[in-house]
Write a protein that binds this ligand. Structure first.
Ligand SMILES: Nc1ncnc2c1ncn2[C@@H]1O[C@H](COP(=O)(O)OP(=O)(O)OP(=O)(O)O)[C@@H](O)[C@H]1O
Ligand SMILES: [Mg+2]
Length: 589
């Protein structure tokens, strides 16, 4: 008796279906993607019992004539590619000609469809076989109804979850589509009741507001950046808010929603030093890159892609998010309203969902926090000469306009900005400045040190001595010239001079104390830890009076950091109160 036999095609189809159709949500995804590929501008989805009983997707796309509609149910029948080379740079969601036959093989399926200028066709099929083909009156577009999913696939049926969890998975799948194609109108009903109505949205923010509410939309910063051939756009959570709400992740590559932990990690890396370790930000990012640089045909559900040069893509993502975090919009706000709207961000057409507060100010732009080119009201137009004794970074010439500054409680520095009142925490701000300076020094070069007239002698405990030995070279680069003197005694001959009131002895002691017992693996992580620690200990403290020159120098130095709005512990350096917010509070509007 032969041991090998070719499977009947119905069985083969069912096996193939297993890859494409895992649960009701995968059916919904495939049908909606087909609708979008057909050029639909409006898609209506109706679900019964979490998709276990019925899934219906109607679109206003191109429709099919009768021959095509029948053909669409056979395997490898597709209108989207004809040659393997068409896969390069493909713009449609589908390309395998597999989804409809796979769904059909495990359900009762009905297709009503009509092309723009032709008669309507209704096809009924069951378990992969066409049952009837008839005329039907309908306008252009297609409606696909899938009932009794897995009725003939007991193994699959057993694995379906309850209606509620299948419904949740469907909502997730539709959310991905809604974010990938915000230009399309999408409605969803569950058990006859409307569940979601998404009007076409002109911006990411508007679509997010329609999906999750205005409050969520306003927590997010615009990301829009181009690096070589790669464009990254979308929304990223303000560091201040990370960890306080539901975390959402969305990634798309050339319009296709994908999963990619590597890209998520790259985007998260941009938050380094702005949020506490372990917190995970909400990120919605869409990448556009040349079709030849991505392979979309690597995953059965098309949920992953392969990049020709992953490293470059990850760097582009990290850079894009990093730059978004460096903008004024990234600063902590009192009143939690956005200050800055991206150009072209016109939420009004999407007002159905109440995007009230997103009034874009005139000439709005996503500038860096202290934009030298930005005309600040009440600004002394003279560029500030940097007092070298204070916090000036040497060798950086670009002038920064400094508005009049006032110190409060010897702790905060305030200034007026076009969009509102801004407060800087002098310690956190200086910490950020020194952190970036020290990182620069650790990664390349040496800090200027000041020779002490009277060297300091330090007596250390064993743990501190060990911390000193482990970080000796880096500390020397930062400007500490230290000599071991046998046992646990150090002689400090030169120290960095970040500001005149700097107490080097205390700084070194506190730093070594903070570094004891530290087993940080990578050099980069060690540098970061050291730079953050020394910056914290060396920065001017709250309670220190600053001269006008010192305040100005701090302002300029902060303006030149890459992340001026965040200190190195995940706290704000800047808090802003929009004029809007003040007007609201004073009942002016
Ligand atoms: N809603 C629709 N409107 C118009 N044509 C459709 C629709 N759904 C399917 N089709 C046609 O049927 C064909 C087969 O669809 P199917 O989803 O099986 O394959 P595909 O989309 O080409 O590839 P994939 O298997 O990757 O999804 C499509 O290529 C398209 O021509
Ligand atoms: Mg398809």
């Amino acid at each position: 008796m032969p041991r090998i036999s070719v499977l009947p095609s119905a069985v083969a189809d069912q096996i193939a279906a297993g890859e494409v159709v895992e649960r009701p949500a995968s059916v919904v995804k495939e049908l909606v993607e087909n609708a979008l590929d057909a050029g639909a501008t409006s898609v209506d989805v109706a679900i019964d019992e979490g998709g276990r009983a019925r899934i219906r997707v109607s679109d206003d796309g191109n429709g099919m004539d009768r021959d095509d509609a029948v053909l669409a149910l056979s395997r490898h029948a597709t209108s989207k590619i004809t040659r393997a080379s068409d896969l390069v740079g493909i713009h449609s969601f589908g390309f395998r000609g597999e989804a409809l036959p796979a769904i059909c093989s495990v359900s009762h399926l009905e297709i009503d469809t009509a092309p723009a200028d032709g008669a309507g066709t209704r096809i009924a099929a069951s378990g992969g076989a066409v049952v009837s083909v008839a005329d039907v009156a309908r306008r252009r577009g297609t409606t696909v109804t899938v009932s009794s999913l897995f009725y003939n696939a007991p193994a699959r049926l057993k694995f379906m979850r309850g209606a509620r969890s299948e419904w949740r998975a469907i909502v997730e799948a539709l959310t991905l589509v809604a974010l990938a194609r915000r230009d399309v109108r999408l409605t969803v009903a569950h058990d006859g009741a409307p569940a979601l109505t998404l009007p076409p949205a002109s911006s990411w923010r508007a679509r997010v507001a329609a999906l999750w509410g205005t409050a969520t939309a306003e927590r997010l910063l615009d990301v829009d950046d181009v690096a070589g051939p790669i464009r990254a756009e979308g929304l990223a959570e303000r560091p201040q808010d990370v960890g306080t709400g539901t975390r959402r992740i969305f990634l798309a590559v050339n319009g296709r929603a994908i999963r990619d932990p590597g890209l998520v990690r790259a985007a998260e890396a941009a938050y380094r030093s702005t949020i506490s370790a372990g917190l995970r930000p909400t990120l919605l990012l869409a990448l556009t890159l040349p079709g030849g640089d991505v392979d979309v045909n690597v995953h059965p559900a098309k949920a992953e892609v392969r990049f020709r040069d992953r490293w470059t893509v990850e760097r582009a993502v990290e850079g894009a998010v990093r730059r978004a975090l460096g903008t004024l919009d990234a600063a902590a706000a009192i009143g939690a309203r956005r200050w800055w709207s991206a150009p072209g961000d016109q939420p009004l057409p999407d007002a159905a969902v109440g995007v009230e507060a997103l009034r874009a100010p005139e000439n709005a732009g996503d500038g860096p926090l202290f934009d030298p080119a930005h005309d600040l009201p009440g600004t002394s137009s003279a560029a500030v000469a940097l007092p070298t004794s204070v916090v000036a970074a040497p060798g950086e010439a670009e002038p920064v306009m400094v508005p009049p500054l006032t110190q409060w409680r010897r702790t905060y520095i305030s200034f007026e900005h076009e969009q509102g009142l801004v407060l800087i925490d002098q310690h956190s701000a200086h910490e950020r400045v020194l952190f970036e300076r020290f990182m620069g020094v650790l990664e390349r070069g040496e800090a200027p040190a000041q020779r002490l007239l009277f060297p300091i002698t330090l007596h250390l405990g064993p743990a501190e001595s060990e911390a000193f030995d482990a970080n000796r070279e880096s500390l020397e680069r930062l400007g500490f010239e230290v000599e071991g003197f046998g046992g646990h005694t150090l002689i400090v001959r030169a120290v960095p001079m970040p500001h005149p009131r700097f107490d080097p002895e205390r700084c070194l002691r506190d730093t070594l104390d903070a570094l004891t017992g530290d087993r940080v693996a990578s050099t980069a992580a060690r540098h970061e830890k050291l730079a953050a620690t020394v910056a914290c200990k060396a920065a001017i403290k709250a309670g220190e009076a600053l001269s006008p020159d010192e305040m100005r120098a701090l302002f300029v130095a902060l303006a030149r950091t890459t992340l001026p709005a965040h200190d190195v512990h995940g706290r704000a350096t800047i808090v802003r109160v929009g004029w809007d917010e003040l007007e609201r509070r004073f009942g002016r509007r």
